[in-house]
Design a protein around this ligand. Sequence first.
Ligand code: 1HE
Length: 259
Amino acid sequence: MKYLDYELRGDVALIGLNRPDKRNAISDAFIEELDTVITRANGEAKAGVIYGHGPHFCAGLDLAEHVQKTPFEGVHGSRRWHEVFGRIERGKLPWFSALHGAVVGGGLELASSTHVRVADATAFFALPEGQRGIYVGGGASVRTARLMGQARMTDLMLTGRSVDADTAERWNIVQYVVPEGEALEKAVELAGKAASNAEFSNYAIIQALPRIQDMSADDGLFVESFIASFAATTPEAEARLQAFLQKKVGKVGRPDEKK
Ligand code: 1HE
């Protein structure tokens, strides 16, 4: 692979964005490599982490490539991003992203398609599409807007401003902020925890929970009952419940100290 690297560490797949000379800018070929490694991770991992090599997580769309496209090629390109990022968000595995430096444009859209985002203190977030004369095309209108809310996203896009990691946490863009250089380690640790959950529970969390948000409250509660009953009647649930009752597994811990 030219733009990414891949490693299986225990049950956790690590995808490294590895085009640091272009700040991990996402070209068409980059998207296809991402699709390939997601397939590989689905086949052998129980959770995954996406991180960036070099000084930044990701500078977004490869602007050099984009300027050469026709309008219709642009639509197909955007739809392909939706497909591939959709394989992260609504796929088989829980995904964690480890963010540092620039997390901008399509880089923020990629991070938004993961389920848990960990930023280090150097991370900054922006949607500079308005300044470039374009519009988000990798799912931000849906995913990123849902994380931070429409008003904040509108502000970011109209003003072109960046927000820091602490603001991103306050805005619900990221769930963790850690010291400089520690995001990958933290994301791998969290992914390891998710990988140890029952597979069906993880699948329900990443598949049912977002869909239920799109349903009416009544429909959501109805669907929840079926998912809950399906989960609780799996052999794995029985074994895990017994293990707790027989005091073979740990209790719920107190909250971690925030790093
Ligand atoms: C790029 C890209 C890119 C850098 N496409 N080549 N994204 C943006 O508008 C962000 C544009 N990038 C930047 O603002 C800065 O590069 C960064 C803040 C991310 C990093 O700054 P820095 O000082 O570390 O790096 P640099 O010197 O600006 O860039 C290093 C090289 O990467 C340089 O190329 P070189 O040949 O002169 O060495 C840059 O041109 C190149 N580079 N970013 C192509 N994005 C599906 S729709 C999504 C829409 C979007 O994502 S819009 C947001 C696009």
